[in-house]
Design a protein. Structure first.
Length: 87
């Protein structure tokens, strides 16, 4: 089996933007923002229409793909964000 390369078309890390966590390129939208909303009941259609109209469906799906490969990292970021959320 050959080595695999991890490259993402729309997901980047940028030092100083969202604490260096993975974001959608050319935005400040973090992968964990997208995944957290989906986990809390948003659908891809409502997420695009109501939360992040600037994102394309491809970008949202790539957030899902990134999450599948980095579940532990993203789950931890979501948990931290939820702990900071006002009640």
């Amino acid at each position: 089996m050959g080595a695999t390369s991890e490259t993402w078309r729309y997901i980047i890390r940028s030092e100083g933007v969202r604490s260096g966590n993975p974001i959608v390129e050319s935005t400040r939208v973090a992968v964990h923002d997208v995944i957290g909303l989906l986990q809390n009941g948003e659908t891809i259609d409502t997420l695009k229409a109501n939360c992040f109209p600037q994102l394309t469906r491809s970008q949202i799906y790539e957030c899902l793909a990134y999450y599948e490969d980095h579940r532990g990292e993203i789950d931890l970021l979501i948990a931290r964000q939820m702990a900071l959320a006002p009640e």
